[in-house]
Design a protein around this ligand. Structure first.
Ligand SMILES: *Cc1c(COP(=O)(O)O)cnc(C)c1O
Length: 347
């Protein structure tokens, strides 16, 4: 592929092996629970995370939303990070779909909620108040340069949750990037949370789909919510066959994406007018900006990258650039991108 696309890891196409697996996947009607490939994916995800059950869903957003619905009743409250995907980027789904209120709390520079602050905000039993029910964490933290949050943080969240009879949901859209960066098995994190939603279609290259894992009871409820939200699929084994390769193969190579991100961050730090802290490159995301004296704008740069070099790079929701590495970006492409940036910035 000629184009170099850094806009997100969601742009990653399925691998040739995935295409092959999809073409030959054994399928059934998954709403009846009859699709052997979906069942295999769900069992594999449960086994890898040390949970009882898994549920294939259409997207990361749906994974979080069915988990919220499974954990909470109408009028319950979920504590979330103010910069989390669940709070900012799911179109208000918790309120709209499940009548749940969300309480957004401040996070630190890598996206951690403060356990003591959570304690302060847990509601007493009073008819005026919503009922505290769930704590949501995110790992890696997309709003904080893709930082990988350590196991110790999840242990602390578990303690707070247990003190007050709450559950913990992990938005693990990129959790395998986090565990690769931390050098740990996902079970080490998973033991402290009640459910995890994992995207198969970001760095793990599947064409679509996410997986939610948790106890039999939570997954039973999540399955009902999935049907209600319109996510019951039929011969979904075609997608799940790619998802199996995501979990078995693609989780093993994420260090390569992290290496490319680091190479990009360190290379950009050498260029004029670039404002970047390469230390804040934790996984597969690189955030950077322009210095005030830069003689061109961010849109000039993204425009020239696209028109002259076939390189796509996104802006963040605030200001600046975001580059995300994935399976289809290797060291050569990073080097080419650094060359293009140098040309644009110096000529
Ligand atoms: C991408 C992402 C999601 C949502 O995934 P979609 O498949 O785009 O719905 C949820 N949480 C986080 C942290 C994400 O990065």
């Amino acid at each position: 592929m000629k184009k170099i696309d850094f806009r997100s890891d969601t742009v990653s196409w399925p691998t040739p092996q995935m295409r092959e697996a999809m073409a030959t996947a054994e399928v059934g009607d998954d709403v009846y629970g009859d699709d052997p490939t979906v069942n295999k994916l769900q069992e594999l995800a449960a086994e890898m995370t040390g949970k009882e059950a898994g549920l294939f869903v259409t997207s990361g957003t749906q994974g979080n939303q069915v988990a919220l619905a499974a954990h909470c009743n109408r009028g319950d409250e979920a504590i979330v990070g103010f910069d989390s995907h669940i709070f900012k980027y799911e179109a208000g789904g918790a309120g709209v779909l499940s009548s749940i209120t969300v309480l957004p709390l401040q996070t630190d520079d890598i996206g951690r909620l403060d356990p003591d602050q959570i304690r302060q905000f847990i509601r007493v039993d009073d008819p005026h108040l919503p009922s505290s029910r769930l704590i949501c964490a995110e790992n890696s933290s997309g709003g904080n340069h893709g930082a990988a949050l350590p196991v110790s943080y999840f242990k602390e969240l578990r303690e707070v949750a247990d003190e007050h009879g709450l559950s913990v949901h992990l938005d693990g859209a990129r959790v395998f990037n986090a565990t690769a960066a931390l050098g740990i098995d996902i079970k080490e994190l998973a033991q402290y949370v009640d459910s995890i939603s994992i995207c198969l279609s970001k760095g793990l290259c599947s064409p679509a789909g996410s997986i939610v894992v948790g106890s039999e009871e939570i997954i039973y409820k999540a399955r009902r919510a999935r049907k209600m939200f319109g996510g019951g699929l039929r011969q979904a084994g075609i997608l799940a066959s790619a998802g199996i390769l995501s979990l078995t193969d693609m989780t093993q190579r994420l260090d390569q994406d992290h290496k490319c991100a680091k190479m990009l961050a360190e290379g950009l730090a050498q260029l004029p007018y670039i404002d970047i802290d390469p230390e804040k490159c934790y996984t597969n995301m690189v955030f950077f900006g322009l210095t005030e004296d830069a003689p061109m704008s961010e849109t000039d740069i993204t425009g020239r990258l696209k028109d002259e070099f076939d390189i796509l790079m996104g802006g963040t929701y605030g200001a600046g650039f975001r580059a995300v590495t994935h399976y289809w970006i290797d060291e050569d492409k990073v080097a080419k991108t650094l060359g293009a940036m140098k040309t644009i910035l110096t000529q």
